[in-house]
Write a protein that binds this ligand. Structure first.
Ligand SMILES: [Fe+2]
Length: 187
């Protein structure tokens, strides 16, 4: 289920975008995932590997952004472990990799079209997934905080060049040993 749980006011969206443009923009690097090859992004707290054989890495620790997004998450019962900030760029339909749990949070800070297919009807795995779930299309304008199942197919298109987005995850059981190792190693 794709569910908008909060709208951030335009004034606050501008404050966040100003901070991202000033502090995070210089730290952006090109996305290495095959489904987002033109997108610029930066990981928050720790960088998750896309396959289980690759290492976790340390990432940007920005207290201002991290405490803000954690506070938003807490309001909706979601305490993130890691995040990814991205600017512009389309993302082809994909499901998020092994490192995260099903329930995810997104914070959209600009204009884009977000699509989603509700194959898993809940925020968890189920044996009777509906592979033919219809595509849902959401035209987002900026300020939307939403929950969705990251293992359901989702994509972003028509993102404006200056559109920032923050994705937040909790680390899955499969990702936990690598996540704990990198946390310990960089403490
Ligand atoms: Fe994703």
């Amino acid at each position: 289920m794709f569910k908008i749980v909060q709208m951030i006011s335009p004034g606050i969206v501008k404050t966040i975008n100003d901070h991202l443009n000033e502090v995070i923009e210089p730290q952006l690097t090109m996305d290495v995932s095959s489904y987002a090859n033109s997108r610029m992004r930066a990981w928050l707290q720790y960088e998750a590997p896309l396959s289980i054989s690759q290492p976790w890495k340390s990432a940007i620790k920005d207290d201002r952004i991290w405490s803000y997004v954690t506070k938003i998450g807490e309001k909706h019962g979601f305490i993130p472990d890691i995040g990814l900030v991205s600017k512009g760029g389309a993302i082809r339909e994909h499901r998020d990799a092994f490192y995260c749990n099903f329930l995810s949070m997104g914070i959209n800070l600009g204009e884009c079209t977000w699509t989603y297919r509700n194959c898993y009807p809940e925020y968890k795995w189920t044996p009777n997934q509906n592979d033919n779930a219809e595509q849902e299309i959401y035209h987002l304008t900026g300020g939307e905080v939403f929950l969705f199942n990251a293992k359901n197919p989702h994509s972003v298109s028509r993102a404006s060049e200056d559109r920032w987005a923050i994705n937040l995850w909790t680390v899955s059981k499969k990702g936990m040993s690598g996540f704990n190792e990198i946390k310990e190693a960089t403490q």
